[in-house]
Design a protein around this ligand. Structure first.
Ligand SMILES: [Zn+2]
Length: 480
């Protein structure tokens, strides 16, 4: 019996909820559950802010005395003397389409009761002095995996840092954050806040910082309701700037970005296949993805789409292709409201027992861009394994990841690669066979295992430095 279920769930932006009519949750009649998450916000008291500023001023004065800071060039205070690169960098190999959304810009409205962002919208909250860039989806999983680094947006000198503070905060309070502060050649200063405990750069105050250099890991230290980077820009005199140029930016006329992102950038962050409904748990619990890339005929598969800046100016069209590119399912979805900072939906389909084995594709066309996610339908075999760790390897039906061992290959040496497939890495099966070259069968040509062409599926927890799989006469030995 086939049972198709779909759902669409939304994240609410807390600030928008207060500023606008509450965002309705989209839920079709056949959906289940009503999990709602909140995108992060932060607050900082004036006292805390003044303390930080005094410390930075003292640091700058000291570094000048020591000759480690050069006087800034004579530019107008609010004119960009440097251009900023994007301050987040996903870990290499994390092949999600995007890992972030923006939950709040600088509040350009000086009034205490009203808000306005640089684009005359309300994507901010009262008195907010920076840009909040949040992780999405599975933000805590990304934090735990050190998956998204905060990197220097421009060259400069480290003029302050703090570390050692609790980093799993879910509320606005008086917690102290882990942060780094970089002064640029024009005297402007960038604040990078809420980073992971122990992750802040080992460089000393006074050391040079180069663009793209890692400053820490995105987390939720300080007064913060979830994992995000608070990126804040000051001019040489300490006044707040908004790096985004727009019709309602009263602080500075020019963009400070080398490449300013669109106010709304409708994007699929991630497509996912899973063997059960993904669970987005309440802060600070990591989500349970239930992600899988390999299924058997007869399995029910959940197809999830995660967006940031989803808009209602066109549908999101999803299609599931069989290996021969014939269409297994296709469906279209829209949202009733103009915009959501972060949203997601899933559809659940059972793949019939007679469906063809091989590499399938989950594709979404959205806002003129095509997003693809590969998954595999395989038959049962002696080498179909799924395990939580090397020490507990056991046959299971739904492996997370796949390693394709060609015919005649009895040994696979991962050569120091971490055996843990990260979310999304299953799109690139070849990445798992780095040492296969001579005589290797193309995993894409045929991925169904049999006696002459076994498949090995496994997951290893922990940071394996070397892993060897040895196959012989019906037994599999793993050592590392
Ligand atoms: Zn913020």
């Amino acid at each position: 019996m086939r049972r198709d279920v779909s759902s669409h769930r939304l994240l609410r932006v807390a600030a928008l909820v207060t500023a606008l009519a509450p965002l309705p949750q989209v839920a079709r009649a056949d959906s289940s559950g009503d999990l709602v998450a909140i995108v992060p916000t932060d607050e900082m008291s004036d006292t805390t802010r003044d303390t930080i500023q005094r410390e930075l001023d003292a640091s700058i004065a000291r570094l000048f005395e020591e000759g480690r800071l050069a006087p800034e060039a004579a530019t107008a205070p609010s004119a960009p003397g440097v251009l900023l690169d994007w301050p987040l960098r996903p870990r290499p190999g994390l092949d999600w389409f995007a890992v972030h959304g923006i939950s709040a810009h600088v509040d350009q409205d000086p009034a205490a009761t009203t808000i306005q962002d640089y684009n005359c919208g309300t994507r901010t909250y009262d008195g907010h002095h920076g840009t909040d860039i949040f992780l999405w989806p599975f933000s805590w999983n990304l934090v735990d995996d050190d998956a998204v680094a905060v990197v220097a947006a421009a060259d400069g000198v480290l003029i302050g840092k703090s570390d050692g503070n609790f980093d799993r905060n879910c509320a606005s309070n008086s917690n102290t954050w882990n942060a780094a502060f970089v002064r640029h050649a024009d005297g402007s200063v960038a604040w990078y806040g809420h980073m992971k405990n122990g992750s802040v750069t080992a460089r000393a105050v006074g050391d040079p910082i180069v663009t793209g250099e890692q400053l820490g890991i995105v987390a939720s230290s300080g007064s913060s309701t979830g994992p995000h980077l608070h990126f804040e820009l000051h001019d040489a005199a300490g006044a707040i700037l908004d790096p985004f140029t727009g019709p309602c930016n009263r602080l500075n006329p020019d963009s400070w970005w080398a490449l300013q992102r669109a106010y709304t950038e409708p994007t699929v962050n991630k497509l996912m296949t899973s063997f059960a409904v993904p669970q987005l748990n309440n802060c600070p619990a990591p989500g349970v993805t239930n992600e899988a890339f390999v299924f058997r005929p007869g399995d029910t598969v959940w197809f999830s789409r995660f967006y940031h800046d989803q808009v209602n100016t066109g549908p999101s069209v999803a299609t599931i292709f069989r290996p021969d590119r014939s269409v297994f399912r296709t469906w279209s979805s829209t949202i009733p409201d103009p915009y959501y900072a972060a949203s997601w939906g899933w559809n659940q389909y059972t793949i019939g027992a007679a469906e063809p084995l091989g590499k399938w594709q989950f594709e979404v066309q959205y806002q003129g861009r095509t997003y693809d996610h590969d998954f595999w339908l395989v038959g049962p075999g002696p080498w179909l394994l799924r395990n939580a760790s090397v020490t507990s390897i056991a046959p299971l039906s739904r492996p997370l990841a796949a390693i394709f061992v060609g015919a005649g290959a009895t040994t696979l040496d991962l050569g120091g690669r971490d055996g843990v497939p990260r979310p999304g890495e299953g799109d690139d099966d070849d990445a798992y066979v780095p040492d296969f070259a001579a005589g290797q069968l193309d995993p894409d040509a045929t991925v169904v295992g049999d006696a002459s062409r076994p498949l090995v599926f496994y997951q290893v927890s922990g940071a394996a430095t070397s892993l060897t799989l040895v196959k012989s006469a019906g037994a599999l030995t793993i050592s590392y």
